[in-house]
Design a protein around this ligand. Structure first.
Ligand SMILES: Cc1cc2nc3c(=O)[nH]c(=O)nc-3n(C[C@H](O)[C@H](O)[C@H](O)COP(=O)(O)OP(=O)(O)OC[C@H]3O[C@@H](n4cnc5c(N)ncnc54)[C@H](O)[C@@H]3O)c2cc1C
Length: 329
């Protein structure tokens, strides 16, 4: 039970956060600033509630509201290995699952997991699994990561799990529908931006502590890092504006603008973060990279969390868009 941190995280029937896009992204940024692993969990929670808001029926929305009010954490577990989750039996009462998810962040803490499960014809079905009602096998040995250790992104085996029809969310294929899946990446962009702001703030504090105010090399490292941080913040803001415009008028032009803005933001924030990470490594030096300082863990967390699906493919889409008629704002 996470409690107050989850207040205001519900979404309306279009999947728009009740606190608005600005509030949503600000909170994601601030979660990333506090701790990237917490930011990862919070992002999954918000994502799940947007899916339930948009795809759920009245009963599912009511249930989600009650669950959030009692402080239950939600998550979205889509990533899977070759033996991913499949539906092996279905009758009027419900369905039976087999197979595993990997990178299931918050396994053990997430009480409502939105998962994808493939029907026999391979079409993916979303379901909200009440983790306190079913028996799964959680495998923490999967998670020996470079960073983001505290996100507990374990493997989870759903073999034999029985779900009610009322646990199924939306129609087959709904999870991947545009622009929500691709543009939803703006949420992790916001979390990454918060992590980047935090890293630069720590680096500034380190320079002050070491009395290196007049060291030109340290100052230029910090100055360039602040420019990169500002870049990440501006791109997160651009995502907020593109989402708000699409929410107001969901036409194809605004949808394309939203998609290309989020793709560009993913690429820009990844580059900014890698550049800051390299400068902080150099500037903090070996002493700064001892585990008694904050940098080692934060750098590992940031570099790990930057590894999102096919980040480098985002620039291909931005390029294709530029060759068409649409401008990148
Ligand atoms: C800390 C952490 C927590 C996570 N938590 C969750 C979670 O709770 N739920 C969840 O569902 N997922 C989660 N994930 C998984 C995440 O969403 C991505 O699926 C995953 O990080 C992408 O993995 P990857 O980098 O190995 O794969 P890829 O996206 O495959 O990238 C690896 C490389 O392969 C290249 N590549 C990819 N596809 C192709 C292709 N077709 N042809 C050629 N090259 C290609 C890419 O360009 C990239 O360079 C988490 C990941 C992390 C790091």
């Amino acid at each position: 039970v996470i409690g107050d941190a989850l207040d205001g995280t519900l979404a309306d029937e279009r999947g728009v956060p009740l606190e608005g896009r600005r509030g949503e992204h600000d909170r994601l940024r601030s979660a990333g600033y506090d701790d990237l692993s917490w930011g990862r969990l919070f992002e999954g929670h918000v994502n799940a509630l947007q899916l339930i808001g948009r795809l759920g029926d009245d009963a599912q929305r009511r249930r989600a509201r009650a669950d959030v009010e009692s402080g239950l954490l939600f998550g979205v577990w889509n990533t899977e290995p070759a033996d991913g989750v499949r539906i092996v039996g279905a009758d009027e009462g419900g369905i039976t699952l087999t197979g595993r998810k990997t990178f299931a962040s918050g396994a053990g803490r997430v009480m409502r997991a939105c998962i994808t499960a493939a029907w026999p014809d391979d079409s993916p079905q979303l379901a909200v699994v009440p983790m306190d009602r079913v028996t799964v096998v959680v495998d923490p040995s999967f998670w020996k990561p470079y960073g983001m250790h505290d996100s507990d992104s374990f493997a989870v085996d759903f073999a034999g799990v029985r779900l009610d029809r009322g646990d199924l969310l939306g129609a087959p294929g709904d999870y991947a529908r545009g622009p929500w899946l691709m543009a939803g990446a703006s949420r992790f962009v916001a979390v990454q931006t918060g992590g980047l702001e935090q890293l630069a703030a720590d680096f500034g504090a380190f320079i002050r502590r070491r009395d290196q105010h007049d060291d030109a090399l340290q100052l230029s490292r910090l100055g360039e890092s602040m420019v990169d941080v500002r870049t990440a913040v501006l791109w997160t803001d651009a995502c907020v504006r593109a989402w708000a415009a699409y929410d107001e008028v969901p036409d194809t032009e605004r949808e394309s603008d939203l998609l290309v803005t989020v793709d560009a933001a993913r690429s820009a924030v990844e580059r900014a973060a890698l550049a800051v990470a390299e400068r902080v490594e150099r500037g903090a030096g070996a002493r700064g990279l001892l585990e008694s300082e904050p940098f080692a863990r934060r750098l590992r967390d940031l570099r790990m969390y930057l590894r999102q699906p096919a980040t480098d493919a985002t620039v291909l889409r931005v390029a294709r868009s530029a060759l068409g008629t649409r401008a990148v704002r």
